[in-house]
Write a protein that binds this ligand. Sequence first.
Ligand code: SF4
Length: 591
Amino acid sequence: MISPEMRLQIAEIVTQYHFEQTELLAVLSAVQKKWRFISADMIAVIAEEMDLPVVHVEGTASFYHFFSTQHAGKYTVYINQSATAEMAGLKEIIYAFESELGITIGDNSSDNQIGLRTTSCIGMADQEPAILINGTVFTSITPSRVSELVAGMKSNSLVRDLVRIPLEAQKCYPTLHTEVRNNIRLKGPVFFCDYIPGIALKKAMELGSLDVIEWIKKSGLRGRGGAGFPTGQKWASCLASESDQRFVICNGDEGEPGTFKDRVLLTELPEMIFEGMTLAGYSVEAKEGILYLRAEYSYLREHLEVLLESMRSRHLLGRRILGTRFSFDIRIKEGAGAYICGEESALIESAEGKRGQPRNRPPFPVTSGYLRRPTVVNNPETLGCALRIILNGPEWFRSLGTPASAGVKLLSIAGDCRMPGIYEIEWGKTIREILDLCGADRTLAVQIGGPSGTCISEKEFDRRICYSDLSTGGAFTVFSRDRDLLSIVHNYMKFFRDESCGFCVPCRAGNVLLVKALEKIMSGNGTLTDLDKIQELGIMVKKTSRCGLGQTSPHPLLSTLNSFSEIYRDIVRKDVDYLSQFNLESAVEDS
Ligand code: SF4
């Protein structure tokens, strides 16, 4: 039963968010943070206070990783279990936590002081192993660091006091209290060069909104999230949609394992991104912008809020921007841990306080997006490019890259190389050139575009990063010849299995079956027939799934079956057509 005092405190939280149904995620996050769990009783109170059906609140609370019905510990430790974390010693870190605490993953210490969990990629592939403790990121973890952190948590230290801030960060970001390093390795002409806030916006206002859209179209800018939709066309369609209200959303939910460029942009160049949002708002006649920030980057929230306030005070945001009649403001909404929310329609659902399930399309967000109003959704990199186009002109932008892929691309390079980090390259570079840049040798494979992208072998290292060849949202993960590629594929496939939103059967069930089929191969019980079945099933999942997640989820298997077929063929049995993975003797061993 819920106490009257707790009921009152929940009501206060709901009041803080003005009873807005779109703020349900924020309310749930606040409740989770305060009590460390969200019980059925609490859900009933939230539903009553917000005038929402209980089933709606329950459905939302159960959708996201970072909400839990059970106590998650006064300190909740989420250990990142991505493939790059595995490569950097994840097993030792899990072992160290489990031995220090005497519990296993998924449990809490007996006094509920510390809860131990795992989570999908937290955007730190360049500094693994990494963990989150109550939302604060700790990077490059070692077993001895685990001992220190556990001791700190046992003695009730503030999480903030456990952070070791690198010297460079102390100098550059006084409002940012973090261990995360930016690792900018290659600066280019669009992002990591001179930027003075306000100049592009002033120029845009001199040009007028229609000309701004024309410039963006002429520049050839395409969305940098992976799909590559022409940005100018997106903005024009939004402007052309009849409505009393339009929105601009910056998709700060990069969840593709191996990607971390938006993390760096939001740390180093948030004003550029906010100005890019304002430029988009000016072009499509929107008055409101939302930065949807993934929960894993909530440590950036204070830093971003301070900059938003500073931009308001300089008339770069808010009412009557730069003394004109144009008003536009930006607020931040945080996710709660769900990869699918990187898909724009799922993100919109989540921003509205619902389960992050993709919508049927059409209608597309440009005609019916946030609150069913025309909405532009762009990621930080696209918005930054748009701003630079207004500063330097569309012809200048077109002169970079290749004729079909204009401009630059930010790559998040991680894995087996000496210099993991962010590289601003012109489109058109070959894989071989990029491997040289980041100091990779003895490379077996490169995963382009994260698990949903393509895995290529040395034979293909002369291929180019561009829309017409190897298109990518930015992840570039290197695997040396010492790596076991199948265990990496296994990690990726488990990621998709766990991140499927469960709406449609091919993705929900298909990914479970694909993981099982792969495990059968890895256990030595696979046959050539099983390899054919994996191909068949993978293609079926691709063709029949409802959204991009399911349509790309079989890629780790399909693309390695194509580029590294010998690895599979070497371990399957060729003397039989079928072997059961089910072993009766081991199944009844316990009983
Ligand atoms: Fe959900 Fe997967 Fe279907 Fe997409 S494909 S709607 S993630 S179940």
